[in-house]
Ligand binder design. Structure first.
Ligand code: SF4
Ligand code: SF4
Length: 306
């Protein structure tokens, strides 16, 4: 059944054949816009709720077309020097339209619910064979509640398993709307101390913890995901508190610890920003084992993911 008057959503990527965002083979739809500002965020282009210029410098052939097209004089080429004056740019997208090698691109495309469903159902046979489905992520998927609800509802009408990957930072009324159409929540637990949570993400954790308790109370399946950020939330004390809180929930099917890697740093240059984390070291095998022991000590089988 086609929906005539559909809300549109700002989407920055639709990835097919994903294996890390829920059970089986999945399609992950990334919605643009997020109320958090996590210091380790691996997709800085996801944060703004507007379309946004990206500059992938190694594709640039210095043709000068962007300089001619920019109404804000935000593009500069001088000899071999090439730069964007980001403070002048208003993300109008004129330069991206004329850039031959697509060194300039706009992040974010307005899509209808049916456009999303059309892409998602292409892999229906894989979902069926692997227990997969669709995952809505971000940014923060809950930040576009009307579009998200409509997409989830339509996917369920198609018989597709649905998951929402979220920070949990939203009004309960938003979660309540999507609950009937969501099979699984992938839910971040970053830091149990609200003040430290605010330091690392820009928001406190009270609403996040409360929402998780309420989702759990409604019997929805949850996979808890703990990003491990060196010096921010990987202390024994914090991980023990995360483990103890998680242990009080009844519908957690999986707990994953996800070490932050520095690969995201390069993406910050695409949007004219600098990555806040430097010189990230990989955790040793012993450190990972010690993290897992904290969870096993309260009776939880956690895993270290990618
Ligand atoms: S239009 Fe594209 S390729 Fe040409 S100078 Fe600008 S960014 Fe580089
Ligand atoms: S997106 Fe920014 S840099 Fe590009 S034309 Fe518009 S104002 Fe100029």
């Amino acid at each position: 059944m086609k929906v005539d008057s559909q809300p549109k959503g700002l989407v920055f990527s639709v990835d097919r054949n994903v294996v890390d965002d829920g059970p089986g083979i999945r399609t992950t739809v990334f919605l643009k816009g997020c109320p958090l500002r996590c210091v380790w965020c691996h997709s800085p282009q996801s944060q703004s709720k507007e379309q946004q210029l990206l500059f992938i410098e190694n594709r640039c052939i210095a043709c000068g077309a962007c300089v001619e097209s920019c109404p804000k004089d935000a593009q500069e080429i001088s000899g071999t020097a090439r730069r964007i004056l980001w403070e002048r740019c208003d993300d109008c997208g004129e330069c991206a339209r004329v850039c031959p090698p697509m060194a300039l691109e706009m992040a974010g495309e307005w899509m209808t619910v049916e456009q999303i469903v059309d892409v998602v159902r292409r892999d229906a046979v894989y979902y069926k064979n692997t227990g997969g489905g669709v995952t809505f992520s971000g940014g923060e998927a809950l930040a576009q509640p009307e579009f998200l609800t409509a997409c989830l509802e339509r996917c369920k009408q198609e018989g597709i398993n649905t998951a929402v990957d979220t920070s949990g930072f939203a009004q309960w009324s938003v979660l309540e709307r999507i609950l009937p159409h969501t099979d699984l929540f992938l839910y971040d637990l970053k830091q149990m101390d609200s003040r430290k949570h605010e330091e690392m993400s820009g928001v406190g954790n009270a609403i996040i913890l409360e929402n998780l308790k309420r989702i759990d109370g409604r019997g929805r399946a949850v996979w808890v995901r703990v990003p491990l950020i060196p010096g921010y939330n990987d202390s024994i004390e914090n991980l023990r508190q995360v483990a103890e809180f998680t242990k009080t929930l009844r519908n957690v099917e999986k707990v994953s610890l996800l070490p932050c890697n520095g690969a995201a740093g390069a993406k910050y240059s695409f949007v004219g920003r600098q990555y806040g984390l430097k010189d990230l070291l990989e955790y040793t095998k012993k450190e990972k084992t010690d993290f897992l022991k904290i969870f096993s000590s309260v009776g939880l089988a956690a895993e270290v993911g990618r």
